[in-house]
Ligand binder design. Structure first.
Ligand SMILES: Cc1cc2nc3c(=O)[nH]c(=O)nc-3n(C[C@H](O)[C@H](O)[C@H](O)COP(=O)(O)OP(=O)(O)OC[C@H]3O[C@@H](n4cnc5c(N)ncnc54)[C@H](O)[C@@H]3O)c2cc1C
Length: 244
């Protein structure tokens, strides 16, 4: 990321924070809220490290802030894999104290970007959610094209929120791409391809492209952007290392 972007990312620190609650999420994923330390801030796209006591001992893993800086809590969304870490997350009760180190990372939108296009799937939505939610809260007018891959209609994290943005904001265009939708589904099917993108936007018309998620998604979307001939300086990427 550019050096002026580095300058605007706040310094990281370690905090003991209280778990607040698990909030609505689709099957197989969970969204978890924590108390926000006084003065804590981050740039949308950044992540934090969460340390939990698990059945296999203390473990620390990175998770992207899915909330906007304007929200009064810290929030993460993750796939519930049955790992020791995820089970420890699920076992948290209101008021339990966990350790957070953040904010971290440089996967933020360059400040001059006015048109952001996202190629994401499943829990890879978290940086996009933070960036788009922040743009809506601040009324920044950021033009958004969100290409959002999921399995079916009932497995789309934050579906109602994004569909609401798409309806209420002319500058936000949400394209659901479902691998295995019901027969009634009228939207895009399969995986996100270069052809999917071209049906909705001209990829070289001033867009800055953001690709985030598990390594396999990054590799697949990298090939899509190559096929679309998007130059490397118009692409920001963050791989959720730790997923296969
Ligand atoms: C910058 C960043 C941001 C992230 N943001 C999110 C987020 O918003 N939401 C989210 O759900 N996840 C996010 N992750 C991934 C997250 O940190 C966990 O790795 C992921 O959720 C899997 O955890 P688990 O306990 O379910 O996996 P496990 O069951 O422990 O592991 C899943 C599989 O990956 C393998 N594996 C574990 N660690 C590694 C490693 N370091 N390298 C390669 N393979 C490994 C394991 O062997 C296993 O097969 C992010 C990762 C990074 C680096």
């Amino acid at each position: 990321m550019h050096s002026k972007e580095e300058a605007r990312t706040p310094a990281s620190a370690t905090y003991d924070v209280a778990f607040l609650e698990r909030v609505g999420a689709v099957e197989g994923t969970g969204t978890f809220r924590f108390a926000k330390p006084t003065g804590y801030t981050f740039v949308p796209g950044q992540f934090l490290s969460l340390t939990l006591a698990t059945r296999d001992g203390e473990q620390t893993k990175p998770f992207t802030h899915d909330e906007a800086p304007g929200d009064p809590y810290i929030e993460i969304t993750t796939r519930l894999s049955g790992s020791a870490f995820k089970d420890a997350l699920l076992a948290l009760g209101s008021g339990d104290v966990v350790r957070v180190n953040g904010p971290r990372g440089r996967m933020t939108l360059p400040q001059d970007v006015r048109k952001a296009a996202f190629l994401v799937g499943g829990v890879g939505i978290t940086p996009a959610r933070a960036i788009i939610r922040d743009a809506v809260q601040r009324g920044s007018g950021l033009q958004v094209a969100l290409f959002y891959g999921n399995q079916n209609e009932s497995s789309i994290p934050f579906r109602d929120e994004f569909d609401g943005y798409g309806t209420a904001h002319a500058e936000i265009h949400v394209v659901h791409v479902l691998a295995d939708p019901g027969t009634a589904w009228k939207g895009e099917r399969g995986f996100i391809t270069a052809a999917t993108v071209r049906r909705h936007v001209d990829p070289l018309d001033g867009w800055h492209w953001v690709v985030t998620g598990p390594p396999a998604m990054i590799a697949a979307m990298g090939s899509v952007l190559e096929e679309l001939a998007v130059p490397g300086d118009r692409i920001s990427t963050e791989s959720f290392a730790g997923y296969k």
